[in-house]
Design a binder for this molecule. Structure first.
Ligand code: ADP
Ligand code: MG
Length: 230
């Protein structure tokens, strides 16, 4: 599903070069739910953004479903992202003047899917995230946890091969955090969605099958609680 090969990244600011990631190698199989742990500033968001094609790496390669994304043209990559990759942000990133349903439909608008199909798919996903009765409200009328559910529904509406989440529970209280992680778990178990979830909360990571940890720009693979080796 996802293969990362010898991935390195540095930020360049004038003459100043900040190396962030060094020779990262790992792979994620279809249907896995992986937590990416690391302290603040360890490069988690950078790695996630590179894997989701939101940034180009300094060197190395990222394959999603066998396709290297770092060599794609801008247009091809934008199209690939729209059809194969889902992304969940810590801050939800919902459009305030669109209803909950319209927000979930939005990725399908960019795929030129017709209004009837869009509506059906959006409503189905909203039911799956427990928001069937909120579809015609605006984001500001929902709690933080509910807004994150909308954002999760939006990330899944195109049926992506893999979904990346950057600290999806970072703005939520502990109880809501648990509910969101339960939801991601259910979506992984029931729909087979592959998730890579960035977190610095060990509680979140503990709930996934597998944990990989970033330290000093390198990956420390911990295996995980369900145990790859077991
Ligand atoms: P994390 O998500 O683990 O907190 P980040 O990936 O956001 O870490 O950042 C890793 C390092 O890269 C930090 O030292 C940060 O300051 C630096 N960094 C991140 N984005 C940029 C950027 N656009 N330009 C320069 N440095 C950056
Ligand atoms: Mg981050």
């Amino acid at each position: 599903m996802l293969i990362v090969k010898q991935l390195s990244h540095s930020f360049t600011n004038g003459a100043e070069v900040t190396p962030v990631l060094q020779h990262i190698d790992f792979r994620v199989e279809k249907g896995e739910m992986v937590a990416l742990l690391g302290s603040s500033g360890s490069g988690k968001s950078t790695l996630l953004n590179l894997m989701a094609g939101l940034m180009k790496p300094t060197s190395g390669s990222i394959l999603i479903g066998g396709q290297p994304i770092e060599t794609m043209s801008e247009n091809r990559l934008a199209e690939f992202r729209r059809t194969h990759i889902g992304f969940i942000f810590q801050s939800y990133e919902l459009i305030p003047h669109l209803t909950v349903r319209e927000n979930v439909e939005l990725p399908l608008v960019f795929q030129s899917v017709g209004p009837r199909t869009r509506r059906e798919r959006a409503l189905k996903l909203l039911a799956q995230v427990g928001l069937a009765d909120k579809s015609e409200l605006f984001p500001s009328q929902l709690s933080g946890g509910q807004q994150q559910r909308v954002s999760i529904a939006r990330s899944l509406v195109t049926m992506p091969a893999i979904v990346f989440a950057d600290e999806p529970t970072g703005n939520l209280d502990t109880k809501t955090e648990r509910e969101i992680i339960d939801l991601l778990h259910d979506l992984n178990a029931n729909l087979g969605i592959t998730f890579v979830i960035v977190t610095h909360e060990h509680e979140v990571a503990r709930r996934t099958q597998r944990i990989i940890q970033l330290r000093d720009g390198q990956l420390v693979e911990d295996g995980g609680w369900a145990g790859e080796a077991g």
